[in-house]
Design a protein around this ligand. Structure first.
Ligand SMILES: [Zn+2]
Length: 803
């Protein structure tokens, strides 16, 4: 402090000092709102086992989880039979009409015309009914009780199944509902959604449709998100907002989910005459579909939230008139502390245009009041694109650097302990925004930058309203609030604390609207897509720029030496957040190491061709890690498809290596009848597994025959467009049939073909799970785990039958 201050500079400095209390108050208010948002997303405390009988208790439900997820129980396995017996026993014990729907069903959506193949399964759904007093329709509570082959499914979907048992208990203990409530615990979801497909298409109780509440999990913790609805959802969403005790859901999630390669039983119901809501918790996704998805891994707060919402919704839909639940439109909805905001979708575009208009008016008034020139506003608009582009790019580069250091992350949906990396991405986004702001503010001033940020939000809102209407609110509402606050402050020449109050209120709107998406996008998309969360964090920052400016040491508009000092001070938050990003990423790398409890995922399968006696190790890892590479892998993308068509797609890149031949039998093909009429040959065969397997498949070599019609277990399956004789030279396979959970006596298949060769060549394959006992297989070391994949540790045996 050696330099004496001149009087003007003194005055200039005095202004920010007066602003300090306002800045602190504004920031504290926004932090409080942010904390409220996070509390609103938190899971409730699990209720104990002695909770009142009419309430949902996570502890009571958890007892069922332990039975259901005692071990892997893939559809068709003996372990799954035991789970089913437990479910039937519990539901009958509640006095509910309970039955097992035992049938063969195709994959959901398949009958609408997928080409080239057919997937089916033998399924055994558990169906129980609580009859209503004067039913106006049916409410279906749905979860799948089968697990993947690679893990016990404590969360996926032990949590959903156990929740439904506990909800059934609470409902059966209370007064009878007006509407029928049907509990549907489906089989073979993991294989092909075949259980849900069987129920929705063929069960008598499903005739006439109804409201489906599907309960899922794609992780082990976090809030339950209502992430998918049927079309024209406004009335359903209204019930959700009213009756779910913890209504976390956003119309944006519906749009995100459509872009993800996930499917649940809900898809099968939407193929038929059902409406409904689909809910899941998704954080802690590192355990998804792995051996670590155990009951112990389950967060009982998430279980409580699942059950509370399912029970609340079942009761409300149980008394609502179900005859008229479709409305003419989709709603926009999003969570706020203590509830769910919702408004009709037709408001989306008018609101987006209103926001654009308000931002335009703000720009006009800024110029008129001499706060900025038109040129500066244009510059502010152009410059505001910089953080919008740079922050997501930075997040992507940060994750690229982290995965270069720890390549095992490539096989995980999300790291085991992702919180440090998420914070690093947020710190990085803040650093980008603050650095940009400190640099750009000097050139064009705060007003032009505030305008620029709001202008991008308003434009994005219009774009989203046109293309992704469920997500438009994320940009539109902060833009509208920001513009109205600016207009209020300027137009009324507010003085005293009021301008600060106005911009703080607008900032609070941005926090309430955008923070849940920032928080939920991380688990939804995983760290590899952390840039999307960074993008929304930057949008939040842009919407709150006037509050950021209050904190800026140059906010008084100094000159000379004081300005220089202020400029240095202005660089401080940017530097601090950049440093925080690096430190947090470093902490993540130090904390989230692979070990026995958090193993690096590995993918390996084994396939034996009994025609030649040759076998292969196969891996779907992008870059085989050391344990997998120990099988001496080479890259041969096509051979797997050529010999084991049910294992990999023609364009799927895989790693293979020669393996010792195991002494295992291929499935048998017995010819039951063989007739030829009018140039068409009809083969009726029985495909019989010779060992205990999860699935069998049969593929027709298109070079030897063109399939015209096919029947599996008495059901016609679509054959789609079959390859021409020329195409078969490079593609080989015509119709392929995959059948999950085959009965020991096998399945009957009828093929009607136009022969292209003297003999029709059929490739039969089966697959079981587990590689123990295969010659040359070395058990994994402790820190190497099994990847969450439907083909992890698959053991396939194939043989060609010329008939
Ligand atoms: Zn699953």
């Amino acid at each position: 402090m050696g330099v004496p201050l001149t009087r003007p500079a003194d005055r200039a400095l005095a202004r920010p000092r007066r602003r300090l209390p306002a800045a602190v108050a504004a920031l504290a208010a926004l932090l409080a709102v942010g904390a409220g948002v996070l509390v609103g997303l938190a899971t409730p405390a699990p209720r104990p086992a002695d909770a009142p009988a009419d309430r949902f208790s996570a502890e009571r439900a958890y007892r069922h989880v332990k039975v259901i997820a005692a071990r892997p129980h893939v559809a068709g396995s003996a372990a799954n039979d035991q789970v089913r017996e437990h479910l039937v026993g519990v539901l009958r014990g509640l006095g509910l009409e309970t039955e097992v729907q035992d049938t063969v069903a195709p994959e959901a959506g398949q009958l609408s015309g997928a080409a080239g193949g057919a997937t089916l399964a033998r399924v055994r759904n558990v169906v129980a009914r609580l009859p209503g007093t004067a039913s106006t329709g049916r409410v279906f509570l749905v979860a799948h009780y089968d697990s993947v082959q690679s893990g016990p499914g404590g969360n996926d979907d032990g949590a959903g199944t156990a929740s439904i048992l506990e909800v059934a208990r609470a409902l059966a203990a209370g007064p009878r509902p007006r509407n029928d409530i049907v509990f549907v615990l489906t089989d073979a979801e993991e294989a092909c959604l075949c259980g849900a497909s069987a129920f929705a298409a063929g069960h008598p109780l499903a005739a006439g449709g109804g409201v489906v509440l599907n309960l899922e999990a794609r992780g082990s913790t976090g809030p339950v998100i209502m992430f998918e609805t049927s079309r024209n959802n406004a009335k359903l969403v209204d019930v959700f907002g009213r009756a779910a005790p913890h209504p976390v859901g956003t119309s944006f999630a519906v749009e995100i989910y459509r872009a993800l390669p996930n499917d649940t039983d809900f898809t099968a119901f939407l193929d038929h005459d059902f409406v409904g809501l689909n809910s899941a918790y998704i954080d802690g996704a590192a355990v998804y579909h792995t051996p670590l998805d155990t009951p112990a891994a389950l967060d009982r707060g998430s279980l409580q939230m699942h059950g509370d919402n399912a029970l609340g919704l079942a009761r409300e839909f149980g008394r609502t008139d179900l005859s008229d639940l479709r409305s003419g439109h989709d709603a926009t909805y999003f969570p706020v502390p203590g509830g769910l905001i919702r408004y009709p979708g037709w408001l989306t575009l008018p609101l987006a245009l209103a926001a654009l208009l308000a931002v335009g008016a703000l720009g006009w008034l800024l110029v008129r009041r001499g706060r900025a020139t038109a040129g500066r506003l244009a510059a502010g608009f152009g410059l505001s694109l910089v953080p919008i582009v740079v922050a997501p790019l930075g997040a992507w580069l940060l994750w690229a650097a982290i995965t270069a250091i720890r390549p095992g992350y490539a096989g995980l949906l999300d790291p085991y302990r992702p919180v440090w990396y998420r914070l690093a991405v947020l710190a990085l986004a803040a650093a980008v925004l603050l650095t940009w702001y400190a640099l750009a503010r000097r050139r064009v001033g705060p007003a032009a930058l505030a305008f620029g940020g709001l202008a991008w939000l308003a434009l994005l809102g219009v774009l989203l309203a046109a293309e992704v209407p469920g997500g438009a609110y994320l940009a539109t509402l902060p833009a509208l609030a920001g513009a109205l606050a600016g207009l209020a402050a300027l137009a009324t020449r507010l003085d005293g604390p009021w301008p600060v109050v106005a911009v703080t209120l607008a900032g609070a709107v941005a926090v309430v609207v955008l923070l849940p998406s920032v928080v939920l996008l991380f688990p939804a998309l995983g760290m590899a897509m952390g840039g999307v969360a960074a993008l929304f964090a930057v949008l939040l920052g842009l919407a709150a720029l006037p509050v950021v400016d209050l904190l800026h040491p140059q906010a008084g508009g100094q000159r000379g030496l004081v300005a220089l000092r202020a400029r240095r001070l202005g660089a401080l938050p940017a530097t601090a957040t950049a440093l925080a990003a690096v430190v947090l990423a470093g902490v993540g790398l130090a904390v989230d190491r692979f070990d026995a409890a958090h193993p690096v995922p590995s993918h390996l399968m084994y396939a034996l061709d009994t025609d030649t006696g040759e076998a292969e190790w196969i891996s779907h890892e992008d870059h085989p890690q050391p344990w997998t590479a120990g099988y001496a892998f080479g890259h041969s993308p096509e051979s797997v498809w050529w010999f084991f068509p049910a294992v990999g797609g023609a364009d799927e890149s895989v790693w293979t290596a020669p393996a010792p031949a195991a002494d295992l039998p291929a499935p048998a093909v017995e010819v039951l009848s063989d007739t030829t009429a009018a140039g068409e040959r009809t083969l009726r065969v029985r495909l019989v597994p010779q060992r205990s397997v999860r699935l069998v498949s049969l593929h027709v070599d298109a070079a030897t025959a063109e399939v015209k019609r096919a029947e599996v277990a008495g059901r016609a399956v679509p054959v789609g467009k079959q390859p021409t004789a020329d195409e078969a030279l490079s593609h080989r396979w015509g119709l392929g049939i995959v059948f999950h959970a085959p009965p020991p006596e096998g399945i009957e298949i009828t093929l009607t073909v136009v022969p292209r060769a003297e003999r029709v060549s059929l490739r039969a394959m089966d697959a079981s799970d587990g590689l123990d006992g295969i010659p040359g297989f070395r058990p994994r070391p402790a820190a190497v785990g099994v990847a969450g994949s439907h083909t992890s540790d698959l053991l396939a045996v194939a043989r060609t039958y010329p008939i």
